[in-house]
Design a protein around this ligand. Structure first.
Ligand SMILES: Cc1cc2nc3c(=O)[nH]c(=O)nc-3n(C[C@H](O)[C@H](O)[C@H](O)COP(=O)(O)OP(=O)(O)OC[C@H]3O[C@@H](n4cnc5c(N)ncnc54)[C@H](O)[C@@H]3O)c2cc1C
Length: 445
């Protein structure tokens, strides 16, 4: 029996590993294909090291919680990876800092401020708990968050809520209350908790460790193969997968196919799926994300009143700025703010320095210092058009996920972050794979 896994993100690697180490799958040959080169193993787990300081920059996933993400935590431990605490976890402290900074700026400089000083008057961070309490029973999957929250606060305050929490997606009218609730209750910036961690060697180290184990288990990892077609051969139990390798085509037959690819890639194969699967693939929407690490000639931000570990949220396009112990700063934003920086990245390709100048200008505005004081050494930026996915209004995550995992006898299975009920997280990708493996194991018993 030949199993082909497509996708070398955490879902594909973990699926291949679970199958290669399970008794039930011992007699099958497993091959894993992905469209990137060897350095892209990990998909949205991507890390690089700062050439000067050696500090690790996670360009994709950046933190997991031991309490909320038991599978991801157990995997990191099972692979023997050292972890360190994710530095920015104390919600009330962050807000205090934010308020203090605003107050400080108000003292130092009268007039218009880019940090929304009105945030000081915003309701406490747990305002939504009260709103949920008074709302009673309602269909959280079927109701838009913006429309629901507009029943409690005015439009301006809806905007403040996004700025305050640092997630622009909260202003998306397509976001159901159930998904907003997950954002508000499950991120280190929006809830209390001190159990957030990161692998010391970066998140991509999880993928690299899995890839090394797979190779030791004789699973072949085939790079630079983009899946372009899946055909069911007439009268045959197996499927033929067509890949594009550079400019040449290559076909591979498989008895079982596990597609651990994101939504966009699956939509390009839509004609190869049954109608119910085609519809199900439309159940989620992508959220653009942008991450940028910036290093400086000197830690100017200390003199501006910030400390390592501060997470400042702002209504500037910077959205969230984390000042780091290694002297760098991380800028992390989503939705319209992410698109803004993506446009500047594109301009930077034509006019080098555009992005760097815009970052320095906004940091100067944020900290109320002259942009010339901010001497940028290096920037590492990454825009993800489909960084994470959220479930659209009216969708039933469990039902769709169940459908896409497929019938164990059918031989075609879709798993990964995008269609997991816990989408947005590594944990979701792992949960989805575990559910698939349970299903395959039950079928074989
Ligand atoms: C900026 C950012 C921040 C994040 N922060 C966190 C966080 O802090 N904590 C957390 O838990 N999660 C976070 N996430 C989410 C997390 O990274 C994802 O949930 C997880 O990595 C998704 O894994 P996956 O295997 O499902 O998909 P991917 O990692 O997207 O893997 C898909 C794979 O499919 C391959 N592929 C695509 N198309 C084809 C094709 N046609 N043929 C062959 N191969 C193909 C890709 O090359 C890739 O190898 C973040 C994501 C981003 C982008």
């Amino acid at each position: 029996m030949t199993t082909v896994v497509v996708g070398a993100g955490i879902a594909g690697l973990y699926a291949a590993w679970r199958m290669a180490t399970s008794k039930a799958h011992r007699r099958s040959t497993i091959k894993l294909f992905h469209d990137g080169d060897a350095s892209a193993v990990g998909g949205r787990l991507q890390s690089c090291a700062c050439p000067e300081t050696g500090a690790v920059f996670n360009m994709g996933a950046g933190r997991i919680s031991r309490g909320q993400h038991p599978r991801a935590s157990a995997l990191v431990d099972a692979l023997g990876l050292a972890v360190s605490p994710f530095e920015y976890q104390s919600d009330s402290w962050v807000i205090e800092r934010d308020r203090r900074t605003v107050a400080q700026l108000l003292r130092e400089r009268a007039g218009d401020l880019s940090i929304d000083a009105r945030l000081r008057d915003c309701a406490p961070m747990n305002w939504h708990e009260e709103a949920w309490r008074v709302s009673g029973e309602f269909d959280e999957h079927g109701t838009s968050f913006v429309e629901w929250i507009s029943g409690f606060v005015d439009e301006q305050q809806v905007r403040k809520i996004q700025d305050r929490h640092g997630y622009g997606i909260l202003g998306n009218r397509e976001l159901p209350v159930s998904e907003a609730r997950r954002i508000l209750q499950q991120h280190p910036e929006t809830q209390h908790g001190d159990d957030w961690i990161e692998p010391v060697a970066g998140f991509q180290a999880i993928a690299q460790a899995l890839a090394t184990r797979l190779e030791a288990l004789d699973v072949e990892i085939v790079h630079e193969h983009r899946l372009v077609e899946i055909a069911q051969l007439p009268g045959q139990p197996h499927r033929r997968l067509s890949f594009l390798h550079r400019t040449a085509g290559r076909s591979v037959d498989a008895d079982r196919v596990v597609l651990a690819m994101p939504q966009q890639a699956l939509l390009s194969l839509v004609q190869d799926f049954e109608p119910d699967v085609r519809d199900a693939l439309q159940s989620v929407s992508p959220v653009p994300l942008f991450k940028l690490f910036v290093t400086f000639e000197s830690p100017w931000w200390e003199e501006a009143g910030f400390c390592a570990g501060d997470c400042v949220r702002t209504d500037l396009e910077l959205q969230k700025v984390y000042f780091r112990a290694d002297g760098s700063a991380l800028i992390y934003c989503d939705s319209a703010a992410a698109e803004h920086w993506a446009r500047l990245m594109a301009s930077d390709a034509e006019r080098p320095g555009t992005l760097q100048r815009a970052i320095a200008r906004q940091l100067g505005e944020l900290a109320a210092v002259d942009a010339d004081v901010i001497r940028v050494k290096r920037i590492h930026a990454k825009f993800w058009r489909a960084g994470v996915h959220f479930w659209r209004i009216g969708m039933s995550p469990r039902r769709v996920h169940d459908l896409l995992l497929g019938n164990a006898a059918g031989g075609l299975h879709i798993c990964g972050e995008a269609f997991s009920p816990n989408s947005g997280w590594i944990e979701g990708a792992l949960e989805s794979v575990d559910a698939l493996i349970d299903r395959l194991d039950r079928f074989r018993c």
